[in-house]
Write a protein that binds this ligand. Structure first.
Ligand code: ATP
Length: 330
């Protein structure tokens, strides 16, 4: 009977627990023993684990966060760290390691494969959706809902005072969360890593929109969504520049870590359950060094290396829709 290990690594995401639950249940059904490593790759280095049995799954699907805890782990990036992890996995006679995390975690898993020759399977869990080979990542849909409901609230106060607000959203290298939450919350403008070219160009466009709206409607509220780390001088710099350009009050809001929390929405629970179950179905097969995902509703596999090397463009129709709204909504 196979011995399987699972860990959650990198930025935590709602639905990681739902995925752990699915893995526990599938392992139980196949008669596999499942080891849950704690604190991401730190658990591998410290040999910190527990055996996960069915009772661990009670009321787990709806819980945010991850019961295995997540963490970053600098020492694991070194050859020494990876060798220690390999020795520990060999000592426990693990056949298959399942890593739930983002592209950084998959880089780590790929590095581990230089020293450990067991089977490695990745499952995409990150609110950023910045992993190629799957349409969505576990946690992404919940994060969109969290951001949308936050922007709805910002809109209420922005409307009351007819103010300009800038809302900073997570996703430093990918604009999925910023773009789709901006669309779903009827934000007026969005600044994305994929389309950002120059501060002055963005400022001119925003100011032009605000001026046109004011000429038509008088006092207005205006909400700008910006993906974190895109604006070179940071959120306050953007606010200051907009104050001088528009002669209006501008309020910056950083949503921060609330975006990572909350009970997962059904789309994340479904994706987590499908991918966890599918990953366990591959245990003991020749498939190795891959991430499982879902493309057009069908289970997919992609080499771990491709998850970060392959470009993952924003959905063209979301982009087109947002551009139309930004240019034509007065
Ligand atoms: P998110 O994008 O949601 O933050 P992530 O999985 O990309 O999730 P990271 O912090 O980038 O999060 O990576 C998690 C861990 O993976 C790191 O702390 C480190 O232990 C390991 N890791 C990341 N990059 C590498 C690398 N190039 N080589 C070896 N290990 C790595």
């Amino acid at each position: 009977s196979k011995r399987v290990a699972v860990l959650t690594s990198g930025g935590d995401a709602p639905g990681m627990n739902a995925c752990i639950r699915a893995i526990v249940i599938a392992c139980e059904r196949h008669g596999f023993t499942l080891f849950g490593y704690q604190h991401g790759y730190n658990g591998l280095l410290e040999q910190e684990y527990e055996i996960l049995a069915l009772q661990a799954t009670h009321n787990l699907i709806q819980q945010g966060g991850t019961v295995l805890h997540s963490a970053r782990c600098e020492p694991f990036k070194t050859d020494e760290g990876a060798k220690t992890a390999a020795t520990n996995l060999t000592e426990l006679e693990i056949d298959t390691l399942i890593v739930i995390g983002g592209d950084g975690s998959f880089r780590g898993a790929d590095h581990l494969a230089d020293f450990w020759h067991g089977q490695i399977i990745g499952i995409p869990g990150t609110i950023d959706n910045d992993v190629a080979g799957t349409d969505a990542t576990i946690g992404y849909y919940t994060a969109i809902d969290t951001v949308v409901s936050s922007i709805d609230k910002v809109r209420d106060t922005a409307d009351a005072f007819e103010r300009i607000f800038i809302v900073e959203v997570m996703g430093r290298h990918a604009g999925f969360l910023a773009l789709n939450s901006a669309l779903a919350s009827a934000a007026d403008y969005v600044i994305l890593p994929e389309t950002f070219q120059h501060c002055d160009a963005e400022l001119d466009k925003i100011t032009e929109q605000i001026e046109k709206r004011r000429q038509l409607k008088g006092a207005i509220s205006f909400i700008i969504v910006v993906a974190e780390n895109v604006w070179p001088g940071g959120l306050n710099d953007l606010a200051d520049k907009l104050v001088s350009k528009t002669q209006s009050e501008v309020r910056p809001v950083t949503l921060g870590h609330v975006q990572r929390g909350g009970s997962p929405v059904s789309q994340d629970r479904l994706l987590a359950t499908k991918l966890g179950t599918y990953a366990v179905s591959l245990v003991g097969s020749d498939t190795n060094g891959i991430m499982v995902g879902e493309l057009n509703g069908t289970p997919s596999e992609i080499a771990l290396t491709e998850t970060w090397e392959k470009d993952k463009p924003l959905n063209p129709s979301s982009m087109e829709t947002m551009l139309t709204i930004m240019n034509e909504r007065y």
